[in-house]
Design a protein around this ligand. Structure first.
Ligand code: FES
Length: 114
């Protein structure tokens, strides 16, 4: 099976503790993912909560709690560690967000979506 890599924009346009949603695929309902930048760290996850199987956010590019400490699912309040996607609190302990490999090349962000 071949992998698919997509470009999701410039790193310079993503501020510290900023998030960016992206989508891919040409099915009627595209796949969705999101980025979170924290300092020099950049992570990407599928936008799918392991608890309810629904997108985590209800506003575009809003994935963190008010204090910007954790990723928050607006469904039932699950909190996930930014660096690992592990559920820290909420209805899905022991489960994690599905991480997507991400890298930056010459200032552009590339995500391997499988
Ligand atoms: S759907 Fe995310 S916590 Fe329930």
């Amino acid at each position: 099976m071949s992998s698919v890599t997509i470009c999701v924009g410039n790193l310079a346009d993503l501020p510290d503790l900023g998030c960016r949603e992206f989508s891919w695929g040409d099915t009627p309902v595209p796949h969705r993912g999101f980025l979170v930048r924290r300092g020099s760290d950049l992570v990407a996850y599928r936008n799918l909560c392991p608890h309810g199987g629904r997108p985590l956010n209800w506003q575009q590019d809003k994935f963190l709690d008010r204090g910007k400490r954790v990723i928050l699912c607006t469904g039932h309040g699950a909190e996930f560690e930014i660096a690992t996607g592990e559920c820290l609190r909420g209805p899905c302990p022991g489960q994690s967000l599905a991480a997507l490999p991400v890298r930056v090349v010459e200032g552009l962000i590339y995500v391997d979506v499988g």
